[in-house]
Design a binder for this molecule. Structure first.
Ligand code: NDP
Ligand code: 2IT
Length: 446
């Protein structure tokens, strides 16, 4: 390891003990940025990287609520306000039992660079709770959301901090959160994104992350004179990001062979076409069932407890959660001919899996670039809310497409190596850093 990176990381670890995912995210960025900062001493003298790695504010609170049996339950709520140099804090809320401070700090840290890459004026933040929506009734979810927002509402606002969805937080939760915010503040504002279309939401926001990850894969392939047409893909997850990845991939002439959830994965060699996807959307978004039921319904294989990386594919779209592709999975993917990884999820590949991709010179689009379409359309939702004027589906989709092309170009500009190989990790980290760092320099030591 570069001794400068090692020294920087030992301070981060000492200051943020027991936050493994945060260390992992910061380490990856430090490896790209420390050599760049050595060549650009203005960032070094102002200690910009050290400041970026320290949240501007962390809010941690009790979320008490009453379940359907009349018992009191207590969860923990968080909001990490990471960086506001280029706009209000912006980023999702995650409700999942694994949520802790280190996970949300890694997500907030990634969000700062991602939001900068979109070119829109958004700072970085993330929040959530260890609340598990699985198996809870609608009423329980509503009471939890109301209690969560009763505290969160004093910290957020349309010009201060604008949360959205992430794992376990979709249209239903955003509705309950928005209702409670409006009730307490007596204000109808764009304080959350991912809202319903009748009350300030944007067309294409639900689709945006998955569509964006597919547009990004297409851009990477185009750079090598290829395209997604006729390609077969392994997709993990079966939530928001995975569903719209499969939809757009199919529209663009590719075929998704797999989807998964936390219990296992399905493998459908015929491909998950539009009709089967509609069935999955009903299963996951309305009935809230398990992906295993797909195998029973359509008569294909189901692998209990497995992720889909053993399946032969041209492209992989990890779209479930962090660290879901390990070194051995990366080696299997490459051995089976996979040439493109476009990350819909945040940090789905472990550092040694990323090493395998880069050594193999495949097209690897890291999450902060490839999944930026979601927050980009959140930014467009904020714009429409400010104008009090909604855009058409075509307008939003074409802006999303342009943003993904621009992010790709930024990665090429900052990540091209002497032999022409594009290291999208360096490209995204440096490309995302420059705008935030220059804003921090201009605004003084704050
Ligand atoms: P959803 O809650 O809609 O879906 C999550 C999916 O991933 C489900 O299929 C879930 O399975 C699976 N999953 C979640 N946690 C685990 C786990 N620990 N192990 C195995 N499978 C798991 O979330 P999203 O689709 O919104 O988010 C997916 C990923 O995309 C996350 O990494 C998120 O941070 C990232 N992302 C999301 C954006 C958005 O706009 N929503 C934007 C950018 C990134 P199960 O139902 O069994 O839990
Ligand atoms: O990780 C992410 O970029 C998101 N969950 C979306 C954030 C947002 O504000 O739309």
């Amino acid at each position: 390891m570069d001794p400068k990176v090692e020294k920087f990381m030992s301070r981060i670890k000492a200051k943020n003990p027991a936050e493994a995912e945060f260390h992992q995210a910061v380490h990856e960025v430090a490896e790209s940025l420390i050599p760049f900062i050595e060549e650009n001493p203005r960032y070094k003298h102002a200690r910009v990287l050290e400041r970026i790695a320290e949240p501007e504010r962390v809010i941690l609170f009790r979320v008490p609520w009453i379940n359907d049996k009349g018992e009191v339950e207590i969860n923990r709520g968080y909001r990490i306000e990471m960086n506001s140099a280029i706009g209000p804090y912006k980023g999702g809320l995650r409700f999942h039992p694994t949520v802790n401070l280190g996970i949300l700090k890694f997500l907030a840290f990634e969000q700062v660079f991602k939001n900068s890459l979109t070119t829109l004026p958004m700072g970085g933040g993330k929040g959530g709770s260890d609340f598990d929506p699985k198996g809870k009734s609608d009423n329980e979810v509503m009471r939890f959301c109301q209690s969560f927002m009763t505290e969160l509402c004093r910290h957020i606002g349309p010009d201060t901090d604008v949360p959205a969805g992430d794992i376990g937080v979709g249209g239903r939760e955003i509705g309950y959160l928005f209702g409670q915010y409006k009730r307490i503040k007596n204000e109808f504002t764009g304080v959350l994104t991912g809202k319903g279309l009748q009350w300030g939401g944007s067309l294409i926001r639900p689709e945006a992350t998955g569509y964006g990850a597919v547009y990004f894969a297409e851009e990477m392939l185009n750079s090598r004179g290829d395209s997604l047409k006729g390609k077969v893909a392994a997709v993990s997850g079966s939530g928001n990001v995975a569903q719209f990845t499969v939809q757009k991939l199919t529209e663009m002439g590719g075929k998704a062979l797999t989807m998964s959830d936390s219990a296992g994965c399905i493998y459908d060699p015929e491909g998950i076409d539009a009709e089967k996807l509609a069935w999955i959307m009903e299963l996951k978004n309305i009935r809230r069932g398990r992906i295993k039921e797909y195998a029973e319904k359509f008569g294909c294989e189901y692998f209990e407890g497995k992720r889909p990386w053993h399946v032969k594919c041209d492209v992989a779209f990890p779209s479930a959660t962090e660290n879901e592709i390990r070194k051995e999975d990366a080696e299997t993917l490459i051995k089976n001919g996979c040439k493109v990884i476009s990350e819909g999820a945040n940090m789905p590949s472990t550092p040694d899996a990323i090493e395998v991709y880069l050594r193999s010179r495949i097209l690897y689009g890291p999450g902060k670039a490839a999944n930026a379409g979601g927050v980009a359309v959140s930014g467009l939702e904020m714009t429409q809310n400010s104008m009090r004027l909604p855009w058409s589906r075509e307008e939003v989709d074409s802006r999303l497409h342009t943003i993904m092309k621009n992010i790709h170009q930024t990665c090429v500009d900052y990540g091209s190596e002497t032999d022409g190989y594009v290291n999208y990790v360096n490209g995204a980290n440096i490309g995302g850093f420059v705008k935030v760092a220059d804003a921090m320099l201009a605004q003084g030591v704050v």
